[in-house]
Structures are given as structure tokens and as C-alpha cells.
Design a binder for this molecule. Structure first.
Ligand SMILES: Cc1cc2nc3c(=O)[nH]c(=O)nc-3n(C[C@H](O)[C@H](O)[C@H](O)COP(=O)(O)O)c2cc1C
Ligand code: SF4
Ligand code: SF4
Length: 378
């Protein structure tokens, strides 16, 4: 597992994630058995959704009666306990997708099941019965109640994911920021037809771990999501072994060759906030300037932040480069003999350079979201 951490640098629930490919819940279908049959190709799963209180259990029953596949259990705690136990010997990180209608319902489940799983609030289900019960999409129209549910779970000391459908809330950026501030750990986003521009907006609004979802069935689509801010991707309808195995193998190969499996595009090519790691000094009119304005960071603070962050590291080198340090240098996909010469002289491979740029990007994210008030919207 150490190799997986070096490769992807991902931890969920204090455990190393083997691969950034996982399975999203499908009620009545995705349970522990379904996930464990695909265990060799996934890093995580959200089983369920499970209805956990009187109102949502009644909704699930009526949905099942009208022909939908549903998990309907008279005693959800008993069922969830037995499901979670099945993951004991597996390195797949389990999450449970839950439909509840009050903070107390989520809290009660966390108390009963404990902290070995990730708790995912289903703010995604659009079935009218579930919305009427005060769950699923209801939460996206009542974000204050969603925030209370997140807080209730966090008070129990568990890891929290929120599953949303993009384009339902009044403003996805605001809800992402509110969930981050409420203490959520993961935002799992069904992007519907919105694509990577929506993902970038959310990435630029919060530092949460992001899982991109919806029709991510090819490596190109996966990289598209990873290069616009996703940390992981999930599949539901096409979570067959062949598709999962293909994505798992391709992203492992890409990470081993390139050094940064979810590197962003350059900012001027549509990259997200992490792209500041590849940006030059602010010396011309280019997308860097409006980005700094939006995050409320003066130019001199940006210069200081980057230079301070690389002091004493190999990225401090680079006298022959445009701005005197590799901290201002571009992605390896942009050809440059000055950067490459510097790397060669310093004995740094391109893969190591990208790994160092990732570390710089993590520092930048920390500074942007913890030191500067965040109302980015780009
Ligand atoms: C049959 C079915 C059941 C689903 N049940 C749930 C659910 O219980 N909770 C949830 O958050 N999402 C549920 N989803 C949504 C999926 O997790 C996923 O967001 C959606 O299918 C888009 O991803 P995909 O293109 O990989 O299938 C369900 C989807 C399907 C097709
Ligand atoms: S600073 Fe350089 S890399 Fe960044 S947006 Fe401007 S031109 Fe592009
Ligand atoms: S030296 Fe090359 S890589 Fe570095 S900033 Fe200049 S053009 Fe970009």
C-alpha cells in the first residue's frame, strides 16, 4: 500500500486509497458483495443508498412498490453492521450512502456503526417520495438543513461525504463552500451534463476532496475530470469489472510515467486554482491577474507565497529559466529547453519535477483556502 500512497498520495478515513477509481451507489444493487467482486480494480465504494429513518424507509418502500430496485430493511442498523463487517479484510475503503431526513437520524447511525466507514449523505436522489420525506435532493434546496446533518455526523467524529447532483442547488459553488465550512471531508458530484467547467468552479470554491461522477467510462474522460479538479472518479451504471480494470490500470500507468496523476491544465488553458503552481510571475495581462483578484491575493503576496514555499527545495533552482526559479516554470507538457536543462543539471527527472509541483500546489491550496477569504467564482 505504500506504493499506492507514493503513486496517488490519497488518504480517505485515514487509510491509503489504492486507486482513485471507485463505485458510486445504486440502490438495490451496490452492496458489499457487489463491491468485493470488483475489489481488485477499485479504491473505494459507496454502498447503498440505505434509508435510515421512518420517513425515508416509508419512501423507499413506496418506491420499491412502484417497481424500483431499493434496499428496504426493517432494521437498517443490523443490515449496515453486517454489510460493513464484510469489508474487514479488504483494502477497499467502504462508504455508506444514507438517506435520512434529520440530523438525529444520521447521528444515530454513526453512533451505531462507528468510524470504520465513510458516511455519505444522499443529497442526490430525485425520486418525489424521497424528496417529500425530506431527503435526497430536498437537501440541495434546503442547504441549511444539509449543513446541520454534516455537523451532526462530524460531532460523532466520522468521515463525511456529501453526494450532490450538479445544477440543482441555487449555486453549486456556495453549497460546496458551506459544506467545507461545516466540516465535510468529501464532495461527491454527479456532474450530469455540466462537464469539467462545473467541476473547476467547485474546485475553485473549496479545498474538499472531490469525487467526479457521471459517465466517466473512458480514460480520456477520467483525465478530463482529474485535470479540472477531481481527486477521484466514481462509476455506477458502468461499474463492470472490465471498465473498472481498464481505468485502474491506465491511471496507474499515467501516474508512474508523469508523476502527478491529477495534474491540472495550465491556468491559461482552462486550469483550476491548483494551476497557480505552473504560473509565471505576474508580469503581463493574462488569466493570472483576474484569478489573483478573485482570490483576493495581491501580486506581491503571490510572489512571496511561491518563493517562500520552494525555499530549500529543488524548485528554488533555475537561474537560466525565465524568472530565475523553477517555481515559476510550466508543466512538462509545454516543451522548454531552459527548464529541461535546469532539471538535467540538478539531476531531477521530469516525473520528480511534477511531483514537486504537486507539493507546491498543495501548499498553494492551503494558503488560498486557509489564509485568504475564499469567494472565488471562476
Ligand atoms: C439504478 C440506480 C440507483 C441509484 N441509486 C443511488 C442512490 O441510492 N444514492 C445515490 O447517491 N445515487 C444513486 N444513483 C446515482 C449514481 O450513484 C450515479 O450518480 C449516477 O448513476 C451517474 O453515474 P454513472 O454515469 O456512473 O452511472 C443511482 C443510479 C442508478 C442508475
Ligand atoms: S501566468 Fe503564465 S501560465 Fe499563468 S495564466 Fe499567465 S501566461 Fe498562463
Ligand atoms: S523557462 Fe521555460 S518552463 Fe520556465 S517559465 Fe520560461 S518558458 Fe516556462
Amino acid at each position: 500500500m505504500m506504493h499506492a500512497f507514493e503513486r496517488f498520495g490519497l488518504l480517505i478515513n485515514d487509510r491509503v486509497v489504492r486507486t482513485p477509481v471507485g463505485i458510486a451507489s445504486m440502490s438495490g444493487i451496490v452492496d458489499a458483495e457487489y463491491a468485493l467482486r470488483r475489489a481488485g480494480h477499485i479504491g473505494f465504494v459507496f454502498i447503498g443508498g440505505y434509508s435510515i429513518d421512518t420517513a425515508t424507509m416509508a419512501a423507499a418502500r413506496s418506491m420499491a412498490e412502484s417497481g424500483r430496485k431499493e434496499f428496504v430493511f426493517a432494521n437498517p442498523v443490523e443490515e449496515l453492521t453486517s454489510q460493513v463487517a464484510k469489508f474487514e479484510k479488504s483494502d477497499v475503503i467502504p462508504g455508506i450512502n444514507l438517506r435520512g431526513s434529520s440530523p438525529a437520524s444520521f447521528r444515530a447511525i454513526a453512533r451505531a456503526i462507528g468510524d470504520s466507514v465513510v458516511y455519505e449523505i444522499d443529497a442526490h436522489c430525485r425520486q418525489p417520495a424521497m424528496i417529500e420525506a425530506g431527503s435526497g435532493e430536498y437537501f440541495l434546496r434546503h442547504p441549511d438543513e444539509l449543513v446541520l446533518a454534516v455537523r451532526a455526523l462530524k460531532e460523532e467524529g466520522v468521515t463525511v461525504s456529501v453526494k450532490i447532483r450538479a445544477g440543482v442547488a441555487d449555486d453549486d459553488r456556495k453549497i460546496a463552500e458551506a459544506l467545507w465550512k461545516a466540516g465535510a471531508d468529501i464532495l461527491h458530484i454527479d456532474l450530469m451534463d455540466f462537464g469539467s467547467a462545473k467541476l473547476r468552479q467547485i474546485r475553485n470554491s473549496c479545498p474538499l476532496m472531490l469525487i467526479a461522477n457521471n459517465s466517466i467510462n473512458t480514460f480520456d474522460r477520467m483525465r478530463e475530470m482529474l485535470s479540472h479538479g477531481a481527486d477521484l472518479v466514481s462509476l455506477a451504471r458502468q461499474s463492470d469489472e472490465q471498465t473498472l480494470a481498464g481505468l485502474d490500470a491506465s491511471i496507474a500507468r499515467y501516474a508512474d510515467e508523469e508523476g502527478w496523476y491529477n495534474s491540472p491544465k495550465q491556468l491559461c488553458r482552462g486550469g483550476d486554482i491548483r494551476s497557480l503552481t505552473f504560473c509565471c510571475m505576474p508580469v503581463k495581462e493574462c488569466p493570472l491577474i483576474p484569478t489573483l483578484n478573485r482570490i483576493g491575493m495581491p501580486k506581491d503576496a503571490y510572489i512571496r507565497m511561491k518563493m517562500d514555499s520552494v525555499r530549500g527545495t529543488p524548485l528554488e533552482e533555475g537561474k537560466q529559466t525565465c524568472f530565475g526559479s523553477l517555481c515559476w516554470c510550466c508543466k512538462t507538457s509545454s516543451p522548454c529547453m531552459f527548464r529541461d536543462m535546469t532539471l538535467k543539471q540538478a539531476g531531477i527527472s521530469k516525473k520528480e519535477y511534477m511531483r514537486l509541483k504537486r507539493e507546491l500546489s498543495d501548499t498553494i491550496m492551503g494558503r488560498v483556502f486557509h489564509d485568504v477569504s475564499s469567494d472565488e467564482s471562476g
